[in-house]
Structures are given as structure tokens and as C-alpha cells.
Design a binder for this molecule. Structure first.
Ligand code: CO8
Length: 261
């Protein structure tokens, strides 16, 4: 499928990985309706493709995404935003993907761009990355999860500081705060993200999907319920050939060859 606002590749060097690049350079990858709709389609394609085990989502060197498209939103009325349920369907299409999505963030990840990165499963950042929720400067608030996800990731004090002042956080502060899992030199970011993704794609896709579901459950439930769910899914993994393969390979001192069955 050809896209207007995305470049989708299957890099040879990273088997099992789909690389999705946001591609609106004229607007620093600002997220408009077309881009977010296409992103949902590209992710659905990756979800339906047994040859894909992990997705890397990235932007350009200057910007992962500089926010939702202010020019698209500026003249909208409340009735239009409400009737279109602006970005709810597009956000769901991202949030409900069962395969892992890694955000590889270089340059600006602001507003909706920061929110999109936080919708991914984890964030790898270039040393040039800058995160922020500057919506307050526009007289609005984050609208695709920023107030909720940033607070869970970095805690109330830093989230309030970021959201109420609109200031940016550099990569080092983002890593210290738990927003980012690892930092790489900017010119190595995508290659390193592809290596991480290829490692994930080589695992059992069944175990990967269940592990993703379990970590996400930690945000939604109590400890007792979460641990009970973990035990149930842990037990259920013994129904798959991949568990036999993984454990036999360890005992036989060889690399496992997971089949997703
Ligand atoms: N929307 C539209 N266009 C943008 C955006 C944006 N968010 N960001 C940058 N652009 C455009 C600029 O207008 C400019 O276009 P042009 O050349 O036609 O004037 C081009 O990209 C390059 O930008 P700059 O010249 O400004 O580049 P600089 O290097 O000088 O500055 C910045 C880079 C600091 C990133 C600056 O562009 C900036 O501040 N951008 C806006 C950041 C921002 O406020 N983001 C939040 C947007 S609101 C939001 O994300 C709400 C999310 C919730 C929506 C959910 C709805 C339910």
C-alpha cells in the first residue's frame, strides 16, 4: 500500500521488522487526519502480516513529530471536533495493536508527537530528542493521552511542570525520568532501534503479545488482579509449541526457532 504521509519499509538488515517513517517534512511531521489514518492502516497491515514481529516508528532527524497539525485544528468549532470525535478512532487504531511498537525519537516530539511516542510500547531516543507538551501555549490541553500517559511515566510533579509550563525536556532528562528507555547518538538511532526490534521479532510472537498485554495491564488494574492475570497467561503459554521449543533449546544449548504456534 502506498501512503501520502508515511514511508513503510521492511529493512533487510532487520528480519521481521516493519519500519514506519512519518513523512511530512514541510510540517515537521505534524499529525493531521491523513497521517493518523494512514498510520492506523500501516499498523493494521503489520498486525496482519505473520512476517512482521515488531514495528519501529520514527520521524526525521529534526522531528519525530512537532504535534498535532495546528493549521488543521485552528479554525475548528467545538461541534466539528465533537462530531468527528477528533482523533479517537485514529488513537484506538494505534493503542490496540498487539505487536510491539518501538518509537525511535530524534529531534522534536511535542504535543501529539510526544503523545504518539508514549502510545508506543517504549521509546528509544537520539541524544538530540526534545519532548514536550506545549499545548498550554496554544490555550488548550493535550488531547490524545498526554496528561494521563506522561503522568504515569514520569510522575505527577514532572508531568505538571511539563504540562503547565509547556517546557521541553531533553533526552538525558527524559531517560532519567523514565520516559525513555535508552539514548543513542542521533546518527545511530534508527539502526540501533532496528537491532532491538529484530531481537524482539525473533522471539515467539505468542509470548511477545502476551508479555505486551501483561505489562499494559499493570496500568489498568490492581496488583492482585494483575499478578493473577500474569499467572493465568503464564500457565497458558505452556499450551504452545513455542514454549516447548524455547525450553528444549535452552536444555540442548542451541538457539530456539520459534514458529508462532
Ligand atoms: N502543526 C502544523 N505545522 C507545524 C507544526 C504543528 N504542530 N509544527 C511545525 N509546523 C510547521 C511550521 O508552521 C513551519 O511551516 P511553514 O514553513 O509553512 O511556516 C514548519 O513546520 C517548520 O516549523 P518552524 O519554522 O516553526 O521550525 P523551527 O525549527 O523554527 O521550530 C518548533 C520548531 C519549535 C517545533 C516549532 O515548529 C513549534 O513550536 N511547533 C509547534 C509545536 C506545538 O505547539 N505542538 C503542539 C501542537 S497541539 C497538539 O499537539 C495537540 C495534541 C492533541 C490533539 C488531539 C485532538 C483530539
Amino acid at each position: 500500500m502506498a501512503f501520502e504521509t508515511l514511508i513503510v519499509e521492511r529493512p533487510e538488515a532487520a528480519p521481521g521488522v516493519a519500519l514506519i517513517r512519518l513523512n511530512r517534512p514541510e510540517a515537521l511531521n505534524a499529525l493531521n487526519s491523513v497521517l493518523l489514518t494512514e498510520l492506523g492502516q500501516a499498523l493494521a497491515q503489520a498486525q496482519g502480516d505473520d512476517g512482521v514481529g515488531c514495528v519501529v516508528l520514527t520521524g526525521s532527524a529534526k522531528a519525530f513529530a512537532a504535534g498535532a497539525d495546528i493549521k488543521e485544528m485552528s479554525e475548528k468549532s467545538y461541534a466539528e471536533m465533537f462530531k468527528a470525535d477528533f482523533f479517537t478512532a485514529q488513537a484506538r487504531a494505534i493503542e490496540t495493536v498487539r505487536k510491539p511498537i518501538i518509537a525511535a525519537v530524534s529531534g522534536y516530539a511535542l504535543g501529539g508527537g510526544c503523545e504518539l511516542a508514549m502510545m508506543c510500547d517504549f521509546i528509544l531516543a537520539a541524544d538530540t530528542a526534545k519532548f514536550g507538551q506545549p499545548e498550554i501555549n496554544l490555550g488548550v490541553a493535550p488531547g490524545i493521552g498526554g496528561t494521563q500517559r506522561l503522568t504515569r511515566l514520569v510522575g505527577k510533579s514532572k508531568a505538571m511542570d511539563m504540562i503547565l509550563t509547556g517546557r521541553m525536556m531533553d533526552a538525558a532528562e527524559a531517560e532519567r525520568s523514565g520516559l525513555v528507555s535508552r539514548i543513542f547518538p542521533a546518527d545511530q538511532l534508527v539502526d540501533e532501534a532496528l537491532k532491538v526490534a529484530a531481537k524482539i521479532a525473533a522471539q515467539s510472537p505468542l509470548a511477545t503479545a502476551m508479555n505486551k498485554e501483561l505489562v499494559n495491564a499493570a496500568y489498568e488494574t490492581t496488583l492482585t488482579t494483575g499478578v493473577a492475570l500474569e499467572r493465568r497467561l503464564f500457565h497458558s503459554l505452556f499450551a504452545f509449541d513455542d514454549q516447548k521449543e524455547g525450553m528444549s533449546a535452552f536444555v540442548e544449548k542451541r538457539k530456539p526457532a520459534f514458529k508462532g504456534s
